[in-house]
Design a protein around this ligand. Structure first.
Ligand SMILES: [Zn+2]
Length: 255
């Protein structure tokens, strides 16, 4: 009886003052400083590949997986030229097996959720995200980018898109970076901080800034022509590299 009364009181208090105070605790989230070890380590993920070719179209040469691995290699060079160290989730030839990822998670005390792996034999978005999180326990990761190509039933849609998760502690850095990138890439770029439940899986993990880039729409003829051009790919990757490095350097460094 007494216990029931206490529960009732607690419930009332919850109703009156709100449970958890989640907004308050979010605001108090501390922003982990970047590059505290004097290194700038950036992880790149070419979206798709390995049983999952991603999107394709009559206009684009190759699949999304083909285009993104080429762009990731260009981005890697552009970042290394600017002093960063680059780690790839895969090199287009080989990717970490599920067992390797499970072992790495176990070594680093990360709960691996088999139920979130959508397909066997595919390097899924969840595996990519959790793999990078596991890597971050050994190496301080300063930025993570997943590179994609988009496609839509309406062929007139033509824009770049930049997405991040609103639960990332570096949302200020990410929104600033998206603004700069939007201005430099194209004024039709769409940037969005996605709510945790709607955010792309790869962008959900870790306390390092994570960004998903849709480099264009394969379903749009003009966009596909750009995506087919090695010169355009290089220009796009150079801008991306330059602004990512700028954003990291502008962020809070070691106190
Ligand atoms: Zn994709």
């Amino acid at each position: 009886m007494k216990k029931a009364f206490i529960v009732l009181l607690a419930l009332l208090a919850c109703l009156l003052w709100g449970c958890g105070g989640s907004e308050e605790s979010e605001a108090e989230l501390s922003i982990p400083p970047l590059s505290t070890d004097g290194r700038t380590v950036i992880v790149l993920d070419a979206g798709h590949g390995f049983g999952d070719p991603g999107c394709s179209s009559e206009y684009m040469v190759g699949t999304e997986a083909d285009v993104t691995i080429d762009m990731v290699m260009l981005l890697k060079n552009a970042l290394i030229e600017r002093g960063a160290e680059v780690v790839l989730t895969h090199d287009g030839e080989k990717y970490p097996s599920e067992q390797e990822i499970i072992n790495l998670c176990a070594e680093n005390g990360i709960d691996y959720r088999e139920d979130l792996v959508t397909e066997d034999g595919v390097f899924s978005a969840y595996e990519r995200g959790i793999y990078v999180l596991a890597l971050s326990k050994d190496t301080e990761i300063d930025f993570f980018v997943s590179v994609h190509v988009n496609s839509f039933t309406d062929p007139s849609v033509d824009r770049y898109e930049l997405y991040y998760c609103n639960k990332n502690p570096h949302t200020a850095l990410l929104s600033g970076l998206c603004e700069t990138l939007s201005a430099r890439l194209d004024n039709a770029t769409k940037t969005a901080a996605l709510d945790y439940k709607d955010a792309y899986i790869v962008t959900k993990y870790g306390s390092y800034p994570s960004l998903l880039v849709e480099t264009g729409y394969a379903s749009n003829e003009q966009a596909a022509q750009k995506l087919n051009s090695p010169k355009w790919r290089e220009e796009f990757c150079n801008i991306l590299a330059e602004e990512i490095i700028n954003a990291i350097l502008k962020s809070p460094q070691e106190a």
